[in-house]
Ligand binder design. Structure first.
Ligand code: PLP
Length: 477
């Protein structure tokens, strides 16, 4: 290999040369939705902004100057008592929260549709998970929400649980009843931790679901970089109420984050907060209107594209800017549809077996959505390949747990052909990404039907980072 090559630099350059319609993250969409002052500075002098803890620039790990003030402004804008800036995404926030809330052997009650970052928290903390099922929509083949009654049952079954963790909204924009979920936890005086990675913008427009802080959650992590306009990797951790030890949360946030935080990332959080707080209502209203008319056009093509009228399964609201399109019975599977759209010059956020997801932000050019609708009109019809049922099986089953993930990852695995793995104890994280919801964790027993479903999805083009299901097989204990 020649050292003259820089393949990643080359890949970025060629992506920009094609420049497809950006119906994907991050929401600033190439700097089209920004705070004007930061936008100008970042455009004019990106290298000069790459600084460290110089005099006057404060220190993320011991803030007392502009970072402290920016965090206080964020807390005020997002309705928290305290907000921490993060430079390693919501992943860092989830790790910090889990490490602060539970220790080795403690029980953490959590919904099975939690992101893989929560699994990292289980391994690092040594806590024992008590999973409860999320509600799965059979047509979409995806978990959509968490029913308060299911959380109640899980808490009743684990009276010693120290905290509960849920995701709301989902990647696809479905929101759960956070008021009821928080109340269920508070009746037992334990904190509700909310992975609100996809909902940092909710607070700034009344047509969006209620935010976790407004609903009384004790903590929420938000990927401001996903839907709030900051740079990729930057995120927020919000805290309120007496149920979490704030000193411990701050300590854990320091432990899981770099000692060299990027100032452009930190400043982009400050800038995105200002934009949302001062112009969020107008910006988000524009995005919602644009997305709603695309949704209507997609529905007029005879496709399912759920919106605010989605009801049942614990869903109490939907982010209007998320366009989840179900292609079962059209192109047959989401991966195929995503590739079809890319050929038509439209890059969507992700595909799963039965759907694809397009993301609209205040930055969007109406021509991008017109191109999406046009490309969808030419999706061939086809047989329903039954992919919703396969993913509903994977995301709707709670595999029995033979031993906690924190123990299982420390044991030496062997390899089993996928087809022969049912009934074995899984030793790896099997996690289709996106959407990043694990279907098997280390320590879980592989349920019947999983090997066949996983093989079908892998053959369709579903990515399982870190796994080699059709090659080496499954790591088992
Ligand atoms: C539901 C959910 N939670 C957490 C994360 C992790 O967020 P981040 O990428 O900001 O670390 C993601 C990432 O996609 C996610 O979808």
């Amino acid at each position: 290999m020649s050292q003259d090559r820089a393949p990643l630099v080359a890949a970025l350059a060629s992506h920009l040369a094609v420049s497809p319609a950006r119906l994907h993250l991050p929401a600033h969409k190439g700097g089209r939705w920004v705070d004007p002052e930061f936008g100008q500075l970042f455009q004019a002098r990106p290298w000069a902004l790459d600084l460290t803890e110089l005099p006057g620039l404060d220190d993320l790990h011991s803030p007392s100057g502009p970072i402290a003030e920016a965090q206080q402004l964020a807390a005020q804008a997002f309705g928290a008592e305290e907000t921490l800036f993060l430079v390693n995404g919501s992943t860092a926030g989830l790790l910090a929260l889990i490490l602060a809330a539970v220790g080795p052997g403690d029980v953490l009650v959590l919904a099975r549709n939690c992101h893989r970052a929560a699994f990292g928290g289980l391994v690092l903390s040594g806590a024992t998970p008590a999973f409860f099922p999320a509600e799965v929509d059979p047509l979409l083949g995806l978990p959509v929400a968490v029913e308060p009654a299911r959380l109640e049952q899980a808490l009743a079954a684990h009276p010693g649980a120290r905290a509960a963790l849920i995701v709301s909204p989902t990647y696809q924009g479905f929101a759960s009843d956070l008021d009821a979920l928080a109340a269920a936890c508070h009746r037992r005086d334990i904190p509700l931790l909310v992975d609100e990675a996809h909902g940092p913008h909710f607070r700034f427009h009344p047509d969006f679901p209620r935010s976790a802080m407004a609903a009384g959650a004790d903590a929420a992590v938000q990927s401001l970089h996903k839907a709030g306009g900051s740079l990729t990797g930057s995120a927020l951790l919000h805290l309120q109420g007496p149920r979490l030890d704030r000193d411990r949360v701050r300590l854990m946030a320091r432990l899981v984050q770099t000692t060299s935080p990027s100032y452009p990332l930190l400043a982009s959080l400050d800038a995105a907060r200002r934009r949302l707080a001062t112009r969020g209502r107008e910006d988000l209203g524009r995005a919602a209107t644009l997305a709603q008319s695309a949704r209507k056009a997609i529905q007029d093509l005879g496709l399912t594209c759920p919106g605010g009228d989605y009801a049942g399964r614990g869903v109490v609201g939907h982010d209007p800017t998320r366009l989840l399109v179900n292609v079962a019975g059209r192109a047959g599977n989401g991966y195929w549809a995503e590739a079809h759209l890319r050929q038509a010059g439209v890059q969507v956020e992700y595909a799963d077996p039965a759907n694809f997801l397009a993301l609209v932000s205040p930055a969007d050019d109406p021509a991008w959505l017109a191109a999406l609708v046009t490309a969808m009109a030419s999706l061939p019809s086809g047989e329903d390949g039954g992919f919703s049922a396969l993913s509903a099986l994977l995301w709707g089953t709670l595999p029995p747990m033979a031993l906690p993930p924190a123990q299982a990852v420390r044991l030496a695995p062997s390899w089993a052909p996928l087809a022969e793995s049912a009934g074995r104890i899984c030793a790896e994280l099997v996690c289709p990404y996106p959407p990043g919801i694990p279907v098997l964790l280390p320590g879980e027993v592989v349920p019947p039907g999983f090997p066949e479903a996983l093989a079908t999805l892998a053959a369709l083009g579903c990515r399982f980072p870190g796994s080699d299901l059709l090659g080496r097989g499954l790591a088992v204990l």
